[in-house]
Design a protein around this ligand. Structure first.
Ligand code: UT7
Length: 338
């Protein structure tokens, strides 16, 4: 009887899209009671990008996906699963943004669906893609993190409007029998008892669209910022230490630590706890702000396009977001350099 080789998931390519319009701290100073100095000191954010009025989550996701597919050396016909992570879908109920992106890419008759794990969405998708590939069900999985977060931000609330931006990132995860290219580990978790830390109360079954929703601004993101901050540092430090220990990898040997870009102080605290050098830590929060599910793939794309990310190099990802959800991943970049 012939022995079939085991299948592994490999991270074959990356792409991203950043909308052209920039919203600077100086502009925010004119909108709410804040200062550039406060925002930079407390978050590290200098500016964020905002999508055009007629530019939707699916448009940004499609542009990022086109890049990722071509950089994987594939055609759209080769993709056999399309997954999108977003909390700002084109439509809140149906159809899914993954279906709309598939259509815009010309991908027909292929399974497509969204997942909702807020800022952890992209790393959650790595776990889903891995499971589909290792089970032999799919070969080339397109994963997308895309957000038009500006649509759920209240630009009169200084505690949230300074943080978020729009954008998209995508990757193609392929089946391989080469263990060298395989994900080392992915881990995702959640604790719904902290659901009220980060929430958009409407629209949904609890708060369907009504005059009350509009009057009370229930359609905007609300965050217990300080509590979320403290829990993020604690949870991420523990989670990242665990994945490194489990896989017997020392933090100093990680060339690229790519954390969720929510706040420079969270990134610094986790990096310091791991004794990471500055050159290991990837930072984009100063120019994109927090783009939720798009933040990690946008950061990977940044180091790819600047030539910093080379084939075979190990990436350590960690993320934290609404739910609450968190996740981490250790994986080599298995793509070709441009
Ligand atoms: O991606 C999902 C996960 N999200 C996160 O990880 C975000 C986590 N949280 C954070 O990044 C931080 O908590 C914030 C940046 C949101 C806030 O920073 P903080 O150091 O936790 O500030 P704070 O909420 O404790 O507020 C301190 C003060 C308050 O004033 P009082 O009560 O001390 O007088 C706020 O009203 O800062 C005030 N404040 C501001 N001041 C100027 C809050 N926002 C602003 C602002 N400009 N934009």
């Amino acid at each position: 009887m012939s022995q079939t080789k085991p299948l592994y998931a490999s991270f074959r390519s990356i792409g991203a899209y950043v909308p052209s319009k920039i919203l600077s701290n100086t502009e925010l100073e004119k909108m709410v009671d804040t200062t550039d100095e406060w925002i930079v000191k407390r978050t590290g954010i200098k500016e964020r990008h905002i999508a055009a009025e007629d530019e939707y989550t699916s448009d940004m996701g499609t542009k990022a996906a086109e890049l990722a597919i071509s950089r994987a050396g594939l055609e759209t016909e080769d993709i056999d699963l399309v997954l999108c992570a977003t909390v700002t879908p084109d439509y809140f109920n149906m159809p899914s943004t993954a279906c709309i992106i598939s259509d815009k890419l010309g991908i027909k008759n292929v399974q497509a669906f969204d997942i909702s794990a807020a800022c952890s969405g992209f790393v959650y998708l790595l776990t889903v893609a891995k499971a589909f590939i290792e089970s032999g069900m799919k070969k080339n999985v397109l994963i997308i993190g895309a957000e038009k977060f500006s649509t759920i931000v209240d630009y009169t609330d200084r505690s949230t409007c300074i943080l978020f931006g729009d954008g998209a990132g995508a990757a193609v995860i392929c089946a391989t029998d080469n263990k060298e290219e395989a994900f080392v580990d992915v881990h995702a978790s959640a604790d719904g008892s902290y659901a009220d830390f980060l929430v958009t109360p409407a629209p949904g079954a609890i708060n369907p669209v009504s005059e009350k929703v509009i009057k009370e601004g229930l359609n905007f993101v609300r965050m217990k910022g300080n509590e979320t901050f403290k829990l993020a540092v604690k949870t991420l430090t523990k989670d990242v230490k665990e994945i490194l220990e489990k896989n017997e990898i020392h933090a100093e040997n990680i060339p690229h630590f790519i954390p969720h870009q929510a706040n420079y102080r969270i990134i610094k605290a986790v990096g310091d706890a791991l004794n990471m050098r500055e050159d290991q830590v990837v930072l984009t929060v100063h120019k994109y702000g927090n783009t939720s599910a798009a933040s990690i793939p946008m950061a990977i794309n940044d180091i790819y396009e600047s030539g910093r990310l080379k084939k075979g190099e190990l990436m350590l990802l960690d993320t934290f977001g609404g739910g609450l959800t968190w996740a981490s991943a250790l994986l080599p970049f298995a793509g070709e350099n441009i």
